[in-house]
Design a protein around this ligand. Structure first.
Ligand SMILES: Nc1ncnc2c1ncn2[C@@H]1O[C@H](COP(=O)(O)OP(=O)(O)OP(=O)(O)O)[C@@H](O)[C@H]1O
Ligand SMILES: [Mg+2]
Length: 361
């Protein structure tokens, strides 16, 4: 297929089409409000030669979160949803975020999508400080830099329109020609395996099929960053695998930067990089082992059984470290004190009693 993108396995270059990432529903609304000037500037940026600013943006990571804090305050309660989250995502990476319910995954993703603001900290996407954007810049950012796929795809879709019309809608705000809109929508339908349902209304499609259309909509205007919050949460195993393969194909063949929140252990084992959030900050990170990087789709790996990733703990800027719970349990600490010592080039953590016994020996 010749999706109107640069295939960028080597260069990881950004697609040079006009970009918008808003949902069909959001775009339908904003096109009624009218915003020709923004549409034009977005088009100029995409089509024109690269400015110095754009060139320098390409040298920055796609996402840089520094000490992000989010406190939700209700009348009787304060919830610390993010507690100093640090994360860097390079351009062209496919990253999965995992973590227990309530650990802050959606809170973080919503901030990346400019749908929420932090209580403290910094967040840069594509070289821009998201919390310095005014309302107009935020609207443009949502249309031009990020695409969002939710678990509940009702947020992305217009049920009374066909699959094709839903995908075309985000492009109506740009000055992409009608011919190009049709071509791109058909290519995206093909990419998500839904060409055969091109003219079906969304209400006539299954949940998994609707989710595939939601991905096509999020991609319609070539967002630089694709965000997906539990995109396979409401579909069966086979559909989840299919949807995940679409994400991986987009990443490996088109250099699309993608961040996926998932509870799906099997899927997360197939990703190059998985970051785990615990209590509102990144606690550990798993990286796919070298020998598995080209094993996708070969059928030679049992992704559930094999240990495909190397796990690392994350040290925060103050030198703090979250130790995996099962290791702490094995140390059976009596209180919250632990002995830290250096042995050759290793830092050793031990329970005080154990250390004492060793010394007496
Ligand atoms: N609008 C809100 N008001 C108050 N508290 C909130 C709000 N949104 C989220 N929280 C709280 O913030 C914490 C983090 O929520 P978040 O939705 O980010 O979790 P999550 O990791 O996405 O969980 P899940 O896997 O269940 O989707 C939770 O304790 C949640 O109750
Ligand atoms: Mg969530």
């Amino acid at each position: 297929m010749a999706l109107n993108l640069k295939k960028s396995k080597e260069s990881k270059a950004e697609p040079d089409l006009t970009v918008t990432g808003a949902s069909a529903a959001e775009n339908a609304q904003s096109s009624q409000e009218g915003s020709g000037a923004e549409g034009k500037s977005s088009q100029e940026t995409a089509a024109g030669t690269k400015s110095t600013q754009e060139a320098s943006e390409e040298n920055t990571p796609m996402v840089l979160a520094e000490n992000l804090v989010k406190i939700y305050k209700t009348s009787d309660l304060e919830v610390l949803a993010l507690q100093g989250l640090d994360l860097k995502v390079e351009r062209g990476e496919l990253t999965a975020i995992i973590g227990n319910s309530g650990s802050g995954k959606s809170t973080f993703l919503n901030m990346l999508g400019c749908l929420d603001e932090p209580s403290a900290g910094k967040l840069y996407v594509d070289g821009r400080n998201l919390f310095k954007l005014n309302q107009k810049e935020k609207d443009l950012y949502k249309r031009s830099t990020v695409g969002f796929v939710w678990q509940n795809n009702g947020r992305n879709l217009l049920p009374y329109m066909t699959a094709f019309e839903n995908i075309v809608t985000p492009m109506l705000l740009t000055d992409v020609s009608e011919k190009e809109r049709v071509q791109t929508a058909d290519e995206l339908l093909d990419l998500v395996g839904m060409s055969h349902r091109r003219n079906s209304r969304l209400s006539q499609l299954s949940g998994g099929e609707q989710q595939r259309i939601a991905i096509a909509i999020a991609l319609a205007n070539r967002p630089k960053l694709l965000l997906a919050d539990e995109p396979t949460g409401s579909v069966d195993r086979k559909t989840a695998d299919y949807i995940f393969d679409v994400f991986r194909h987009l990443n490996s063949d088109y250099g699309q930067t993608i961040i996926i929140v998932t509870h799906d252990v099997e899927l997360s084992k197939k990703v190059n990089r998985v970051v785990a959030i615990r209590d509102g900050k990144i606690s550990s990170e798993r990286i796919l082992k070298e020998k598995y990087t080209n094993a996708f789709g070969t059928g030679k790996v049992n992704w559930m059984e094999e240990d495909t990733q190397e796990e690392y703990s994350i040290i925060d800027r103050a030198g703090r470290l979250q130790i995996p719970r099962h290791m702490l349990d094995e140390l059976a600490l009596k209180d919250n004190k632990i002995l830290v010592s250096m042995e050759n080039d290793k830092i050793m953590l031990s329970a005080p009693e154990t250390k004492k016994e060793e010394t007496e020996d």
